[in-house]
Design a protein around this ligand. Structure first.
Ligand code: RTP
Ligand code: MG
Length: 156
């Protein structure tokens, strides 16, 4: 920003169906708040096949894609916009590696170590870049994010 203060970022976090059904939502939200994130928006939704496929379109050619879509449509998900300085990288660090089985060994304090099961059922999502975060935030919440609003103002 113009006064030299540190820039805050927004990232998209999700508690996947196994996390919601396994009653991990409160523990995950406690970790979110204790790590210094503000929850800007949140909603619980049931993804259908089309919406889950579109969200993970970058993986559409992978062998695990149909299984991933089945998993992501197996129950409701909690989607949140998280905000703080360095939000994208920090949330990825807190959730831990993709394979929850490995996370239990190498990152035992991570969220995926706490509630994930394996390389697929890993209970949480985090945007992998600022660009992905922007895409995923508009995917679920439209053009309502603070960043988007500020962008509109500054172009006047
Ligand atoms: P996410 O996008 O959900 O935050 O996970 P990620 O970046 O850590 O991993 P990514 O490579 O983007 O994979 C997306 C999701 O696909 C499932 N997956 N299954 N069976 C497998 O080998 C496999 N690999 C990935 C996981 O649910 C993973 O989070
Ligand atoms: Mg990913």
């Amino acid at each position: 920003s113009s006064n030299g203060s540190t820039e805050e970022e927004e990232t998209l976090a999700m508690v996947k169906p196994d996390g919601v059904l396994g009653n991990y939502t409160e523990r995950i939200k406690n970790a979110v708040v204790e790590s210094g994130f503000s929850i800007i928006r949140e909603t619980v939704i049931q993804l259908d096949e089309h919406r889950a496929s579109t969200f993970y379109v970058e993986h559409s050619s992978k062998s695990f894609f149909s299984s991933l879509v089945k998993y992501m449509t197996s129950g409701p998900v909690l989607v949140m916009i998280l905000k703080k300085e360095n939000a994208v990288a920090d949330w990825r660090a807190i959730i831990g590696p993709t394979d929850a089985r490995k996370a239990k060994i190498t990152h035992p304090h991570s969220i995926r170590a706490m509630c994930g099961l394996n390389a697929e059922k890993n209970c949480v999502h985090g945007s992998d870049s600022l660009e992905s975060a922007r895409r995923e935030i508009s995917f679920f919440f439209g053009e309502i994010s603070t960043d988007a609003k500020n962008l509109c103002k500054s172009t006047v």
